[in-house]
Design a protein. Structure first.
Ligand SMILES: [Zn+2]
Ligand SMILES: [Zn+2]
Length: 54
């Protein structure tokens, strides 16, 4: 699929870097140089960003 990401357990503190939301639907981008954490709604936008770079 080309999308490298992993959903986080909410026990890991974190907030969406796009909208600041916390919650059980956060995910972490696993691209080697990308520390991005986002919520479900930001997922498609962020994957598009990587698709454009690559
Ligand atoms: Zn968000
Ligand atoms: Zn990323």
């Amino acid at each position: 699929m080309g999308l490298i990401s992993q959903f986080l357990n909410i026990s890991l503190k974190g907030t969406c870097q796009s909208c600041g939301a916390g919650g059980p639907n956060l995910w972490a981008c696993l691209q080697s140089d990308c520390p991005y954490v986002g919520c479900g709604e930001s997922h498609s936008d962020h994957s598009t960003l990587h698709a454009q770079v690559k």
